[in-house]
Design a protein around this ligand. Structure first.
Ligand SMILES: [Zn+2]
Length: 71
């Protein structure tokens, strides 16, 4: 038993590989209006375009710089 536990711990070492988001989830994030593609999520005013803010129940928050905005 003890040996098996050690082997599992070794496998978990290091950074986890980044999983790709399923296509149907990506499709929900974007919106087509008048022939242009718009992203529904907020972009960070500090980091600029390309950095999107995480949506929480009461706020938007940037994972890069920590900027938060109340809803
Ligand atoms: Zn930011």
């Amino acid at each position: 038993m003890a040996k098996k536990k050690k082997a599992k711990a070794k496998e978990r070492k290091g950074k986890k590989p980044k999983r790709k988001k399923p296509a149907h989830k990506i499709g929900r994030v974007y919106e087509i209006s008048g022939g242009t593609l718009n992203r529904k999520n907020h972009t960070c005013p500090k980091c600029g375009t390309g950095v999107f803010m995480a949506s929480h129940s009461d706020r938007w928050s940037c994972g890069k710089c920590g900027y938060t905005e109340k809803k």
